[in-house]
Design a protein. Structure first.
Length: 764
């Protein structure tokens, strides 16, 4: 930076100019990253129309359709009929899917709808994938009804087009219970073993753009095709890297493990309605459906006509866009760019030392001490979440995904700004503004190197801002004219302003306020890049003690005010209900029933039923974490029946059925299970290995969803001596003195909520 500028009154104007440029880039990025507008039914026949797709959605997404329900069966028939009417060859795959997890084996009968459009000269297969089942708590208009409706509209828009490659529409079942339909498809169906390119469509909210957030390995050519093909590409390689380390999964996980290449899409805004009754047609953003469909149709046409063999590559690409400019390069360039950014920051340090503006020691002190505002910001973000859940426990039950989080998000960002300014103003006199500015850039350069080693696709988030900011600051130091110095600073901040704030916004939306500290950290990281502009605006603050403390204190006070305002605004109502959890559990061994809630602190409605932590009347092995309980009238119902028990060493075989025709059954064992299999009356048999143990309950568990009325034969390898069998039906019984759920509440996403469970414990 030209030091002459710092000695003139024009520095404040210059600082405002720089911040206006930054604000303009942030605003432009936000506008460019928005979703698309829905097309009406009058749109051209070859185009995708959300309004036309909605006509299908209205036929099957007005009620929950979990695995085994009558609504699920009706949806399967509707989809098969519509695809046949469109001229496709349709098959319904009836199978049993299985999903193992730590100490858990989940089985379920699934009905996958598989339609095929044969190609004229296939070089491979293009698979469009979505799931037609929903969570039990809501109608799943977004998850995953929007994608299924988009498939039907895509088929219509393709019309009589003959594509080179085979196109398969795979509408799986049982995704919500552990990717059961996808597992059965790749294990049993001939098309599942052929591989191909899969395009999977999901939703983790009810609005927002359709993001391409996951890819198969070695994605370079697929990514380039995506960016060149779809009209409004959204998503970048940092999402791919983040998702690869998360425990979350979709059907795409199964396809990728089976050797398919491909892309995974989802919209994620409005996540407070995810897996609740609020995932409804009324709340679905038609623009999100439109964006899903546009991506699906464009990629189907392109991949359908491409030589799929040419898409094979041996590396991933880093890809992102800044103000509409698409950037894509091989991951082989990640390390060189990270090293260049680090060298440029080192060169900037050398240049500043040569000019007498700082010293190496001061820069090192500034860089090392910057961990303080980062750590404090994280702590303040998590403290804000702790305070919010203390004041309003329903936020904890919502997992941090709130209906109206904006004021809280801004409050966390202001707290982060307070931490950054306090650090900056306290050290400005000792280290000097130049050292602090370079120290801040050093963090970005170092994080770029760390990501290059462990998450290459995310390295650009830090490398690109550090590289450009160091160049801009270097030019600002070298040029003689103050105006060009300011221009250089502003240009150097463009890339960082186009990347970091939007990523912070995505973090807040994706993980919610339960990890508010992560968003706070990214706020500080962005602020570290802006320190030269802060110096232009506030050159004297570091020399005035009263002002030095007043500025961050004001930001903290404003943060607290926003938290209070957020609590006042985000009150539960019929449109924005609070999540609640309640189940009815009958222990058939002793004839006692219990109301059960997993809420951290019972809501007013739940408190009508639960009053204590006493779990003595619950069946053995039932408890999963802390529970509230209350006595309930016992209904006339028998627990599941276990018969024909045969035990040989550690292998136990028995037959299980529900005596009240429940379609969902859970078996819990008091010792680990290493293998499990099921056999149905028609001869179907599926087995899986099981590793690890369950947390907060008995060591192992087996679930069967859509259990046949005649039951199933189970074989397990275990040293267990006791087995608790529990069957579940949707809804809680209408008993005397039960109050209906108020419209200001909704069933939470816990799978053991809003059910009637009857349990019986057996000795093996």
């Amino acid at each position: 930076m030209n030091t002459n500028l710092l000695d003139t009154p024009r520095r404040t104007v210059a600082g405002l100019v720089v911040l206006l440029v930054v604000a303009g880039v942030i605003t432009g990025t936000a506008l460019l990253q928005r979703g698309v507008s829905p097309e009406p039914a009058s749109a051209p026949s070859a185009a995708f129309s959300a309004e036309r797709a909605m006509r299908h959605l209205e036929q099957f997404a007005r009620e929950p359709r979990p695995l085994g329900s009558s609504a699920n069966a009706r949806t399967e028939r509707y989809l098969a009929d519509e695809l046949r009417a469109a001229g496709l060859s349709v098959q319904v795959q009836h199978a049993v899917g299985v999903h193992p997890a730590d100490g858990l084996a989940t089985f379920g009968r699934v009905d996958n709808v598989i339609a095929r459009l044969p190609g004229t000269d296939p070089s491979g297969t293009v698979v469009l994938a979505a799931h037609h089942d929903s969570a039990a708590m809501g109608p799943g208009a977004a998850d995953d009804g929007a994608a299924v409706a988009a498939m039907l509209e895509t088929v219509r828009a393709l019309g009589d087009a003959r594509l080179r490659n085979d196109v398969v529409l795979l509408i799986t079942d049982g995704e919500e219970n552990g990717l059961l339909g996808a597992e059965a498809f790749v294990r049993e169906h001939p098309l599942g073993s052929r591989g191909g390119v899969v395009l999977n469509f999901e939703a983790r909210g009810v609005s927002g753009p359709s993001l391409m957030f996951e890819t198969s390995r070695d994605n370079a050519r697929l990514v380039d095709l995506f960016n060149d093909t779809v009209p409004n590409p959204r998503g970048d390689s940092s999402m791919v890297e983040v998702y690869r380390v998360l425990p979350n999964n979709t059907d795409f996980t199964v396809f990728a493990d089976a050797g398919f290449s491909g892309l995974n899409f989802a919209f994620i805004e409005g996540a407070a309605r995810y897996h609740t009754a609020g995932d409804s047609i009324a709340n679905l953003d038609r623009g999100s459906l439109q964006h899903h469909g546009e991506n699906m149709l464009a990629l189907t046409r392109t991949l359908g006509g491409a030589d799929l063999r040419t898409l094979t590559t041996d590396h991933d690409n880093t890809y992102f866009d800044v103000l509409g400019l698409k950037v894509s390069y091989p991951n082989g360039l990640v390390w060189p760019l990270a090293v260049v950014a680090l060298l440029l920051v080192a060169l900037l340090t050398w240049l500043a030392v040569r000019r007498g503006l700082t010293s190496v020691g001061r820069v090192a002190l500034a860089a090392g001490s910057a961990v303080v505002p980062l750590a404090v910001a994280f702590g303040l973000g998590q403290l804000a979440w702790t305070v919010l859940t203390w004041v309003r426990p329903s936020y904890d039950a919502a997992g941090g995904l709130l209906h109206r989080p904006t004021l809280f998000n801004v409050a966390v960002m202001l707290a982060a700004v307070a931490a950054l300014l306090a650090w900056y103003l306290l050290l400005r006199g000792r280290s000097g503004p130049v050292a602090l500015a370079i120290g801040g850039m050093t963090w970005h350069a170092l994080l770029g190197v760390v990501c290059a080693a462990y998450a290459p696709g995310a390295s650009f988030l830090f490398t690109a801002p550090a590289l450009l900011a160091a160049l801009g600051a270097g030019v600002a130091l070298l040029v003689r004219h103050p105006l060009w110095s300011v221009v250089a600073l502003a240009v150097g901040l463009v890339v960082g302003s186009g990347l970091l704030p939007y990523f912070a916004y995505e973090v807040f939306g994706a993980v919610g306020l339960s990890l508010a500290g992560v968003g706070a950290v990214f706020t500080v990281l962005f602020g570290l890049l802006l320190l030269p502009a802060v110096e232009l605006l506030l050159p004297e603050l570091g020399t005035r003690r009263r002002t030095t403390s007043a500025v961050p204190a004001t930001a903290l006070v404003a943060s607290a005010v926003l938290v209070a305002a957020g609590l006042a605004v985000d009150t539960p109502d019929a449109t924005h209900p609070a999540p609640t959890h309640l189940a009815y559990v009958l222990n058939a061994d002793i004839g006692k029933a219990t109301w059960v809630s997993g809420e951290p602190s019972p809501s007013d409605w739940t408190a009508n039923y639960v009053t204590s932590r006493n779990t003595d009347a619950l069946p053995e092995g039932y408890q999963r974490g802390p529970l509230w309980t209350g006595p309930a009238p016992a209904i006339d119902a028998e627990g599941p029946e276990i018969t024909d028990v045969v035990k040989e060493d550690d292998e136990v075989t028995f037959h299980v059925r529900s005596r009240r025709d429940a379609r969902s059954i859970t078996l819990r064992l008091n010792a680990p299970m290493t293998e499990a299999s099921v056999r149905l009356a028609d001869g179907t048999r599926v087995r899986t290995a099981v590793t690890g143990t369950r947390e907060n309950t008995w060591p192992s568990e087996l679930r069967f969803r859509d259990l046949p009325p005649e039951g199933a034969t189970i074989t397990i390898t275990t040293t267990s001596t006791r087995l608790t069998a529990m069957d579940e039906t949707p809804g809680i019984p209408a008993l005397p003195d039960t109050a209906p759920r108020p419209d200001t509440t909704t069933a939470s996403t816990r799978e053991d909520g809003d059910v009637t469970a009857v349990a019986h414990t057996y000795r093996l």
